[in-house]
Design a protein around this ligand. Structure first.
Ligand code: ATP
Ligand code: MG
Length: 403
């Protein structure tokens, strides 16, 4: 009976001229994400998109649809021909599936088929009458119903449903271009990545690894975190650029004033992230910085660190409380990975008293104590790329091999 899923799109009204392109993107994403279900067929009709189940259960499909950017909401619907007798029969069937004796309901009819011989009020009335005639203990409440029996009368058929499942919202994956996500093994940066993907941007990711100060397990943690985001992307994969950062970090430790260690280290990270972004055609850097969270995230620190690049830096978590970020990470399912105990490179050399109000001249003076340009070039040359895929098959390349 519930043989279709009806998809509704999100923020499309904002972009009237791009609407068709947006819709196409989402529809393609849906088809790709559901490749594992060969029985499904798909039907696009203007502002609506139907997945026809052809006997497939909707249960494994629902969680996949909840991870597709640009879907505002969707419903599992039952379809019949657009004539009043069939509509009445199907409405009874749909209500029988509900626990209708313990809830008050109302009928809501939407008549998209302007050739249908009855008005929407007439349909609502006639169907309601039929329902009361056939179902014992049915209770209606038009002002404050517990659920609504929606009847959607359209040229292509009539669709009846009671539940609306909310989707991710946002924009179609990748439609707004590409960004370079700085990802650590912590709680924040993976959530920053989730936010930009949801908002229509693709990500390449960069991670700074400092073996032997950091372990393989620390890198594995980053891989596992990023893996969780692949399902939201349009291509179902994300490239992770792993930058060998040990030499740079050791030189900083050797030469730079202790309280400026983090400031200088983060300037190096931004330089490398920008350079990778340019190579990969990414137009912005994304990170998990949140104002005030740690010493390097005061406005003064952010200014001195950000000074090495003109590229836009997107900080989706800038004003969120840590508790809100944690809540999101639990919801998305990354929290348990993030709290595994392995250190990442920032935590290895944390000074006792990091600068919370660094000065730009001092930072420049400190970093000029070693030849960071050469070290950055070397790090970029030795960067490896792991392509993470939603089917969990990894591929490993050197950066140049991506072109
Ligand atoms: P997170 O929980 O994301 O690790 P944090 O609160 O621990 O963030 P920092 O360690 O100061 O804060 O890092 C701020 C941001 O810098 C991170 O959110 C991430 O985007 C980036 N970052 C930190 N360490 C790394 C790393 N090893 N590789 C790549 N990016 C990093
Ligand atoms: Mg961190």
């Amino acid at each position: 009976m519930n043989d279709h899923i009806l998809i509704r799109y999100g923020e499309l009204s904002l972009k009237k001229s791009n609407r068709n392109q947006f819709i196409k993107k989402i529809n393609n994403h849906i088809e790709r994400a559901l490749k594992a279900f060969p029985n499904l067929t798909f039907e696009a009709r203007g502002l609506r998109f139907y997945i026809i189940l052809n006997g497939e259960s909707e249960l494994p499909i629902i969680p996949i649809l909840k991870k597709i950017p640009g879907i505002y909401s969707f419903s599992v619907v039952a379809r019949c021909e657009s004539n009043i007798e069939d509509i009445k029969k199907l409405a009874i069937e749909v209500l029988k599936e509900k626990d209708y004796q313990n809830a008050k309901f109302k009928v809501d009819t939407n008549r998209g088929d302007k050739n249908f011989p009855m008005t929407s009020q007439e349909i609502t009335k006639e169907v309601s009458r039929e329902l009361f005639r056939n179902l014992q203990g049915l209770k209606a409440d038009v002002h404050n119903p517990d659920f609504i029996l929606n009847i959607d009368v359209r040229y292509e058929g009539t669709f009846i449903f009671t539940d609306i499942i909310m989707g991710l919202g946002g924009f179609p994956a990748g439609i707004l271009g590409k960004t370079m996500l700085m990802i650590s093994g912590g709680i924040d940066s993976v959530i920053a990545g989730y936010e930009v993907i949801k908002k229509g941007m693709d990500v390449e990711a960069v991670h700074f690894a400092s073996p032997p100060h950091t372990s393989d397990m620390a890198l594995q943690k980053v891989v596992d975190l990023l893996q969780e985001l692949t399902i939201y992307t349009s291509n179902q994969n994300i490239n992770l650029h792993v930058v060998p950062f040990t030499k740079i970090q050791d030189e900083i430790y050797k030469h730079v004033r202790e309280d400026y260690g983090i400031t200088v280290m983060r300037r190096m990270m931004y330089r490398i992230a920008e350079s990778l972004a340019n190579k990969q055609g990414a137009q912005a850097i994304v990170n998990g910085e949140s104002v005030g969270q740690v010493a390097s995230q005061t406005l003064e620190s952010m200014a001195v660190i950000n000074n090495v690049t003109n590229m836009p830096v997107i900080r989706p978590l800038a004003t969120l409380d840590k508790s809100d970020i944690i809540e999101k990470s639990m919801k998305i399912g990354t929290y348990d990975i993030s709290i595994r105990p392995y250190e990442d490179c920032c935590t290895v050399f944390v000074p006792k008293h990091p600068q919370i109000k660094p000065k730009l001249e001092v930072a420049i003076n400190e970093e000029n104590k070693f030849d960071y340009q050469t070290l950055i070039e070397e790090a970029l040359e030795n960067t490896e790329v792991i392509r993470l895929r939603s089917d969990k098959k990894y591929e490993v390349f050197k950066t140049e091999d991506l072109f």
